[in-house]
Design a protein around this ligand. Structure first.
Ligand SMILES: [Zn+2]
Length: 249
């Protein structure tokens, strides 16, 4: 598709959609209108984005930061604090059903709460289910994990990449929003490296700390030890009695 079709957006400015890059091809994205999205974490400005190359539809939610209180810095315009950005990969089981097999749902809640308070943007990346292998394959991998494989081995047994995610579209969205100098809320060192290749200056990495649980302990340890995530794995919270897959609270 031609870049001439792009309908730009980004903090009220108009101009061509981002296709800027350094040594990597940054994804061309087309942004829709900005709307208000009231949530339990506060009201965000939401905007849908279409990846011109793949047709995948993503969502950004942004907040200016709450007024300074109790020494918590905000990142409002003019502030020296860089906006906090989270690239959140879609996870239906974790984000919607609150599954404790992974930590996605709790990371999403944590990120929305922190971004609303401090100011910044969460980009919700669809098509990233199961680190890019899709929902059905993720469930196949879960089945292999129940037979003893860890999260990396399960993907390998399925002949699938351990991590098939691509952040070109995310970088395109950040460029379109003017977010080229950011603090990245992530435990995954690859995300920051990938964004840097796409011309995003990650000046700070803020860890996304969520509690370890009996159900996700092995998953977190695998992410720490085999995928080099910067995670502190503490003593897990106990599983609810008789509920191997505890409900979200
Ligand atoms: Zn998940």
């Amino acid at each position: 598709m031609s870049g001439a079709l792009l309908e730009p957006a980004g903090q009220g400015r108009s101009g061509p959609a981002a296709s800027v890059g350094s040594d990597a091809a940054t994804g061309s994205v087309s942004g829709g209108p900005q709307v208000q999205l009231p949530t339990p974490f506060g009201t965000f400005t939401a905007q849908a984005w279409t990846d011109v190359a793949t047709g995948a539809e993503h969502l950004s939610v942004s907040a200016p930061g709450e007024p300074l209180e109790a020494g918590v810095p905000g990142a409002r315009p003019g502030s020296a604090v860089v906006p906090l950005v989270r690239l959140h990969s879609e996870c239906l089981t974790g984000d919607v059903f609150g599954s404790y097999r992974c930590d996605c749902g709790e990371q999403l809640d944590y990120a929305l709460e922190l971004i609303h308070r401090r100011g910044g943007t969460l980009v919700y990346l669809r098509g990233h289910e199961g680190r890019g292998i899709g929902l059905a394959n993720k469930m196949r991998a879960y089945s292999l994990q129940e037979a003893g494989a860890d999260t990396v081995e399960a993907n390998e047994q399925l002949g699938l990449p351990v991590d098939a995610r691509d952040y070109a579209a995310a970088a395109g969205i950040l460029h379109a929003l003017g977010l080229t100098r950011i603090a990245l809320l992530s435990n995954n060192p690859l995300k920051g490296q990938d964004l840097a290749r796409h011309g995003i200056d990650v000046v700070e990495v803020v860890p996304a700390e969520v509690p370890a649980r009996a159900e996700n302990l092995r998953y977190l340890i695998t992410k720490r030890d085999r995928m080099h995530h910067a995670i502190r794995v503490n003593e897990p919270m106990p599983a609810p009695a008789g509920q191997p897959e505890g409900p979200s609270s």
